[in-house]
Design a protein around this ligand. Sequence first.
Ligand code: ATP
Ligand code: MG
Length: 604
Amino acid sequence: MTSPTPPAAEGDAKASNFLRQIIEADLAKGTYASRRWAGSPGDATHQASGQPDPAKIRTRFPPEPNGYLHVGHAKSICLNFGLARDYGGICHLRFDDTNPEKEDTEYVNSIIDAVQWLGFSWDAGGVKHLYQASDYFDFMYRAAEALIERGHAYVDEQTAEEMRANRGDFTTPGKDSPFRARTPAENLARFREMRDGKLADGAAVLRAKIDMASPNINLRDPAIYRIRRATHHNTGDKWCIYPMYTYAHPIEDALEQITHSFCTLEFEDQRPFYDWLLERLSEAGLLASPPPRQYEFARLNLTYVITSKRKLAQLVNEGKVSGWDDPRMPTIVGLRRRGYTPGSIQLFAERIGVTKSDSWIDYSVLEGCLREDLENKAHRAMAVLDPVKLVMTNWAEVFGSDAHNEDCTLPALPHSAIAEGQTPPPDRVFKIGKEVWIEREDFEEVPPKGYKRLFPGNVVRLKGGYVIECTGCAKDANGQVTEVHAKVIAGTKSGTPGADSVKAKAAITWVAVADGVSAEVRLYDRLFSDPHPDAGGKDFLAALNPTSLTVVQAWVEPSLATAKPDDKFQFERHGYFVADRVDHAAGGKAVFNRVTGLKDSWGK
Ligand code: ATP
Ligand code: MG
């Protein structure tokens, strides 16, 4: 059997956590050693006909295809696929598409892309463990009839208000429905009428018959089937009754022989019903034993980020961002377009670990993982984001002609980034001539205290080029500097014997006018200025950062002319940038997105 998922990001120590301990204890005890697997999901009889399950554990990632996945889902994906990989198991990708109203094949495709892009696979030895919950509707219906026959479910025809009133609350027990005492035969007949479209939407529900006085409100006869005339993207108009999520989910897990079903903490109160239901269906001989078990972990909350699908949709629909893949969005497509790598997200998931209590993770942790992933991979380049021209006024004196250009070189990766035995990538080659672009902030006519860059009389190196001495500047009528002037010092080129003959106070980045490439650079910043934009019911739109995107026209070195969409670079001193996957090179235009700065600026 081939390994279903490639190894995790490099350099991440696998810290133990409570989920790993649960799995290790189950493996030691052989809790699931007797399970059989018939090659596909199915009921007890089906699985009993199979071989001992070759997968030591089975986990699943069960998204509802009703939106784009975000960084919180990424945590769940890394967790479920990662644990299966680490313990000789298999992780299923299951579309939880039991709700007919909200689902769409556009989302199905985007979820498939996202999981694959993150580096995971549901293919184990050529078998694709990609399932959809709606394929289990027939079984779910059969299971509901079995519950009715065994006196564990009844058709309730109270109004929604009556049902709510009779449910009670935390301090008051519920009251039995007048329909609760119906016989199994009556219930079966009525349930079939529900299925056959004899009742109006909302006229009745099928409820599990458990305990209206239970201190856990989820056990006060939860609804398990409702009537809803809606066309389902997979089953069309075959059904006018649909299972409730809390009923469907445990059954999906059991049919797929999932051993460990991981979900977020808000499902903790549902666990008793999960267990109750699977016990009843095992007793009835419908589902294999031992049943799957549910375990809860804390969802990811990331500062400066919202992860509610509804609110993310609002940002898109109200045009606050350019789409689901806007590089400021916390969606997986957004992170990808921003320049995040699968390795950095896997590293992030590993680093934050799993806990049993909710907390906030600082956004800088995610950025830190990206810097770590790119540090030794992203080729270096020079880019001038706020350009002003620097003219070397003695150029013709030194080199014989104002038109003289010559090549400079710098390594694409620093020495420290090259592993032993690895061949370094070819050097970057770029020109130096009489005129170069420099950053406007690298010149001060009157230097502030401690300023080491260009000011009249100061000596600075053009990185990878010559040492120059600043002589002054030209200004327009408003006093704005239009040109910086300097003298090039002969014989000081980097990499030549005279390079150290004159001591420079600083080295600055630059791009020659002769071969600089014009580029649009999109400087992204946090989308919200509030670290908890939607906490406590706050209006998250009021927290939008008005300067989350600044677009500048920059000059970049010629090595970037051949960048392909998605290629990542470190622009020296500015941070990490990615060639935009949508707009770069479209119509011959170079477009780079800032992924993150070189240092953490979130705390400041
Ligand atoms: P909805 O509000 O539409 O139910 P959801 O975020 O729960 O959205 P699902 O598609 O149901 O989305 O989620 C799929 C899986 O991802 C679930 O197992 C869920 O627990 C997990 N998940 C969702 N959000 C987070 C999060 N912020 N952190 C960790 N896991 C998450
Ligand atoms: Mg959900």
